[in-house]
Every structure is written in structure tokens, then in C-alpha cells.
Ligand binder design. Structure first.
Ligand SMILES: *Cc1c(COP(=O)(O)O)cnc(C)c1O
Length: 464
């Protein structure tokens, strides 16, 4: 028989995790004001809050930590990372930043402006990530979501639900003058639509349109390697290409990229902006020096740049990607076997449960996906994250809750951390909540919230 995939690594160091009782969890989550971000991590058994910065580093990465060059300027660790970015992504210039949103801050300051210079400007893309949208709206500009309609139907089997709707992109670019559109940003894979990939054909066509209208195209590249894996597996003409070749081609269509290294960089902290043009790199470096640090460290320790350089290479290894994406699908299939509806096809880094179908009795105004997240925590000590109305936040002009097309609960799988036995436990937790779903009829109410990115700090109470 064909041998199955298995992880191309074995454990050398382990970290204990602890179970708790249902009674403990009920009181802890009330203390946390029904916000999963407020929980202490030692009160969580299996933590699927995020795949960001939670991956396990390899022996080679830990070795890089010891080799780190902490020189203020011109560190060898910087040059190691620069060479990796040029080799893998084909981008000759880069600026290190402390994480992905810092890269966005510097890039948006460069291209949109600072303060309210962004008023009236528009940034098209495919379901912008929350911090990306935050940096756009903070400058009084607007993010325009042009994702294909299939992305909002959890059961459509469209293989590239991260794709931009090219017809709408063309109409948009025709309708808005160049001065109002400082950049277009395409997120690979598209986190907000379910970790869904963007096809090479779509990147190529989007790039042609942007070039025709003189609009710079940037990739939000946090999960570029997972995206490349899906292209290899699903897109005609790419099965025989290596992931490295696919990655090179993806980036060849962009003028630059922002990166959260906490994802496919497989490090705990870090980010960067990559550029094709020296002029843009120079312009951005002024902001980078002010906000992040000098050009050759920009918010990162030398040792972290070394570990990132190794992590980016490991993320492009095909046996790693097969096991990584395979584990996510393993969890998705288990959940579906219990009758739970998940976003299909399964994403690259996470499973997204359709909360509106899971808890149909809970009113839409009572934060359905957050309610499901709270129930899963109480049931099994599993921590997930809401991708729904809390995250969508209020409209900046009307201050009304924005109801996104989908109300999702995201189960993000950290890289190289949990076993498939952990995945079985997670699936059993949700199966138990599913079995008692008819008794869950009320959700949550906001008690306090911040004016922007409210989901991180919101305080809630049970709606009664
Ligand atoms: C995580 C993430 C970011 C922001 O990066 P941080 O490192 O968390 O600041 C931006 N875009 C996408 C798609 C992400 O997943």
C-alpha cells in the first residue's frame, strides 16, 4: 500500500500542558469577561487561538539563535536573512520589523501617508487581515474587499477562494483615479476568508491590471509557503514544479510584500517588508528607522533574524508542507464526521467552523461565533478565536456593528506543535458541544470595547 505522510521531525524537547475541570473553566472564563484573549495560557489545554508565533523551532533554528550577531549595524544575521529573502522571494531589498503589523505601519505610512493624509483613499484587496484594515482605517482610508463571491459560501468547493474577483478589480481601477488608490494588497493565503489560497493565474492577472493602472501590488505574505503548496496541489501546470519555483513566481508578480514572520517564518516574533524597487525601500526606511530601528535590525534581535532565515527555508520544504496542511485537513475531516460544518475546502493553517449553522438559535446580534468559542473552552479547555462580528468591528462612519457574510470560529493549528491525538481531543470537544447545541439559545453582550481592533480587549457578559 502507499505509505501515509507523517511528520518529518521528531520531538527533542517537550512542554507540559495541563487539563482542568469544567467548574474551573466556567469561573476562569467569567473572570476573563468572556474574552478568550484575556485567559491565562496555563488555563488552556489545547491552544488553537492562533498559529502566530506559536510554532516550534527546529534544532537548526535554535543553533542560529547562538550564532546571532547583535551588532547595531551590518550584522551578519541581517545579511543571512537578506540573502534568504533574495534567494526565496527574488526581492532584492528588505527592511526588518518587529512583526507583521509593524511592516504594515511602515508600508502604509510610505504609500498612504500619515495622520489623515489617507482621507478618501482606497486600498483594494482580498479580505484584508484585521491589522491591515486597522492601518488603512487609522489613516482615514478604506479597505475595499474584492474577494470572489465563492469565498462567502462555506460549502463551495472552489479551489482558490482567496482569489480576487478580476471583473470587480478592473471596474474598481477604472472607476477610481490613480491618486485615490495608493496600493493593492493581496493576502496569501487569505486568512480572513478561511486560510484560502490565491491561484497563480489570479496573482498574474491582478498584477497585470495593477500595472496597467499604475497601482503598486503588494502581497501580505504571512502564509506564502502554504499558498504555494496549494498551487502545487490544485492548479493545472504546477504539480511538477517545486514549491521554491512556485514561491519565486508568486512574488515575481508583486512590487513588494509585508510579512508576519510569526507564521510561515516559523519564529516567535518578527516581520519584514520586501521591495523590488530601491526608491521605495529608501522612502520606507525613513519610517522604519523612526518606528522600528536601524535598517539592518528594525525591531529584531540578530539571533531572531538568523532563526527566521532558517525558518523561511524550512517552511518551503515539501514534506513539511504536506504534513502541515495534512494535519489541518485531518482535523477538518474529524469534525465533519461528527456532523459539524466547516469552511471547505479546508484552509492551510486553520479549520473554520460555520457558527451560524452550529448554533442557529443564537441571535445574530449576540456574537454567535464568540458564543461557540466560549462553549468549546468550557467543554474541553480548547481555545479558538472568533472570526465574525466582534472582529469585523463597527463601521468607522456609522459606528454600527458590521455583520460579515460569515460567522466563523477559527481553530488555528500551531506549526510542528500538536500531535494528531490532540486533534482527536479537539474534535471530541466540539462533538460534545454539538450534541447539546439545542440548549444553547442565547449569546453575549458587549460591556466595554476599544474604538479600534476591539476584539482583543472587549469585555462581554452572557445575554439573558
Ligand atoms: C498575522 C497577520 C498579520 C499581522 O502580523 P503580526 O505579526 O501579527 O503583526 C498580517 N496579515 C496576515 C494575513 C496575518 O496573518
Amino acid at each position: 500500500m502507499d505509505l501515509p505522510w507523517a511528520e518529518p521531525w521528531r520531538a527533542k524537547t517537550i512542554e507540559p500542558i495541563r487539563r482542568s475541570t469544567r467548574g474551573e473553566r466556567e469561573s476562569w472564563i467569567a473572570d476573563a469577561r468572556y474574552n478568550l484573549f484575556n485567559l491565562r495560557s496555563d488555563r488552556v489545554y489545547i491552544d488553537l487561538l492562533t498559529d502566530s508565533g506559536t510554532g516550534a523551532m527546529s534544532a537548526a533554528q535554535w543553533a542560529e539563535m547562538m550564532l546571532g550577531d547583535e551588532s547595531y549595524a551590518g550584522a551578519s544575521s541581517y545579511h543571512k536573512l537578506k540573502a534568504t529573502i533574495e534567494e526565496l522571494l527574488g526581492m532584492p531589498y528588505f527592511l526588518p520589523t518587529h512583526q507583521g503589523r509593524a511592516a504594515e505601519n511602515v508600508l502604509m505610512s510610505t504609500l498612504i501617508g500619515v495622520g489623515s493624509e489617507g482621507a478618501g483613499k482606497l486600498v483594494p484587496g482580498n479580505s484584508h487581515f484585521d491589522t491591515t484594515k486597522g492601518h488603512i482605517e487609522f489613516r482615514k482610508a478604506h479597505a475595499v474587499d474584492l474577494t470572489v463571491a465563492e469565498a462567502f459560501d462555506t460549502q463551495s468547493l472552489h479551489p482558490f477562494k482567496g482569489d480576487v474577483d478580476l471583473r470587480r478589480l478592473k471596474d474598481f481601477l477604472e472607476a477610481n483615479p490613480r491618486e485615490r488608490v495608493p496600493l493593492c494588497i493581496i493576502t496569501v493565503t487569505c486568512n480572513s476568508s478561511g486560510g484560502q489560497p490565491v491561484s497563480m493565474a489570479n496573482l498574474r492577472a491582478s498584477s497585470e491590471l495593477c500595472r496597467k493602472f499604475g497601482v503598486p501590488l503588494f502581497l501580505d505574505a504571512a502564509r506564502f509557503a502554504e499558498n504555494a503548496w496549494f498551487i502545487k496541489r490544485r492548479e493545472k501546470g504546477y504539480a511538477e514544479k517545486s514549491v521554491r519555483e512556485i514561491v519565486r513566481e508568486m512574488f515575481s508578480y508583486a512590487d513588494g510584500a509585508t510579512m508576519s514572520s510569526k507564521k510561515d517564518g516559523i519564529v516567535n516574533i518578527g516581520g519584514f517588508i520586501a521591495f523590488r524597487s530601491r526608491e521605495l525601500w529608501e522612502k520606507a526606511s525613513t519610517f522604519n528607522i523612526m518606528f522600528e530601528g536601524f535598517n539592518t535590525y528594525g525591531g529584531m534581535a540578530g539571533r531572531d533574524m538568523g532563526a527566521l532565515s532558517a525558518g523561511l527555508r524550512e517552511a518551503c520544504e515539501e514534506d513539511y508542507l504536506e504534513a502541515r496542511v495534512g494535519q489541518v485537513a485531518y482535523l477538518g475531516e474529524k469534525l465533519e464526521s461528527h456532523g459539524i460544518t466547516c469552511q471547505k475546502p479546508f484552509g492551510g493553517h486553520a479549520i473554520f467552523i460555520d457558527a451560524l449553522r452550529f448554533l442557529p438559535a443564537v441571535p445574530r446580534a449576540e456574537y454567535v461565533a464568540q458564543t461557540l468559542g466560549i462553549e468549546a473552552y468550557i467543554e474541553g479547555g480548547v481555545r479558538c478565536v472568533e472570526i465574525g462580528t466582534l472582529l469585523a468591528d463597527r463601521d468607522p462612519d456609522t459606528r454600527q456593528d458590521r455583520y460579515p457574510a460569515l460567522e466563523l470560529l477559527r481553530l488555528a493549528i500551531p506549526r510542528r506543535v500538536y500531535s494528531n491525538d490532540h486533534m482527536d481531543y479537539v474534535a471530541a470537544t466540539f462533538a460534545n458541544v454539538f450534541a447539546r447545541r439545542d440548549s444553547i439559545r442565547r449569546g453575549l453582550r458587549v460591556v466595554r470595547e476599544a474604538p479600534i481592533l476591539r476584539h482583543f480587549t472587549v469585555e462581554l457578559e452572557r445575554a439573558l
